[in-house]
Design a protein around this ligand. Sequence first.
Ligand SMILES: NC(=O)c1ccc[n+]([C@@H]2O[C@H](COP(=O)([O-])OP(=O)(O)OC[C@H]3O[C@@H](n4cnc5c(N)ncnc54)[C@H](OP(=O)(O)O)[C@@H]3O)[C@@H](O)[C@H]2O)c1
Length: 296
Amino acid sequence: MKRILVTGGDGQVGQAMKALGSISETELVFPTRQDFDLSDAEKMRSMLFSNVWHCVINLAAYTAVDKAEDNTSEAFLINRDGPAKLAQLTANLGIPLVHVSTDYVFSGDLDRPYIETDVTGPINVYGLSKEAGEREVRTHNPNHAIIRASWVVSPYRSNFIKTMIRLSANQSVLRVVSDQIGAPTSARELAAALVHITTELISSKDAQRGTFHFCNSGYVSWADIAGHIMEILTEYGRPASRIERISTSEYPTPARRPKNSCLNTQAISEAFHINPKDGRDAVRLIVSEIIQGEFQ
Ligand SMILES: NC(=O)c1ccc[n+]([C@@H]2O[C@H](COP(=O)([O-])OP(=O)(O)OC[C@H]3O[C@@H](n4cnc5c(N)ncnc54)[C@H](OP(=O)(O)O)[C@@H]3O)[C@@H](O)[C@H]2O)c1
């Protein structure tokens, strides 16, 4: 039996990973934030050294993109210093670290989907802190996989799909940005990919280490996704809003967002035979699950 410690189990990807159910010969252990706090090195050390672990998957992060602009030190504490410590501890134990990162490490200025080796250049504090976290993981534990995702969506916690469904209940028009392009990432599919990669790293020294991109297929704007959500709501006989396409400049936020969030996923397909599904199907599944009230 392989034992894997997973941080951030109450987050979107964490809840999706819990919902994957049992995995053969593998036990996923999800300590609470209180028991395994990324800002508490001693707590992490004590839990990692008092048990047998075969890998750590780090899903925990400071993810409040706009708040990070004012909370720089907290963002860096959790997104840089936490992964740095985790990388040191897992290296000491001789086990792999699977770490999740983001498209926000890029500026978004490129005119094609980003590949793993493209130069980073974050344009907000959250992106800077995640970029710094990646660097720490690479420095301290070569036995790692860093998986960059974009626009995570799920039936859990708060995300774009849930916001659109909530607002459409009583607003006839929703103004949504149409000049940021990327792809949704189903938390469930990301969770499954992470578990698959983890088992490969545990079982094979030849499995590729390094940085990989994962998101669903089909590049779209936020407004495109919103329009698709509204179509699905209409099919279900639910109230739906008209989507007014606006530019980023018409929707100012504290943190700047990349215009191009597209991630090229060829490398993860080649290294791990992971082929992300169509983003429209992923969005449809999540909307229907939310409507059917399976998740809160
Ligand atoms: N959300 C996105 O659109 C997106 C896009 C690209 C990449 N990512 C990356 O994907 C990963 C998972 O994101 P997510 O959407 O699942 O995030 P999430 O829903 O915000 O969950 C993050 C989890 O981390 C926990 N956490 C925060 N600070 C912690 C600390 N000091 N110690 C231990 N746990 C802590 C949170 O605890 P609480 O439950 O107490 O809040 C929460 O359970 C992150 O690395 C994120 O950067 C996310």
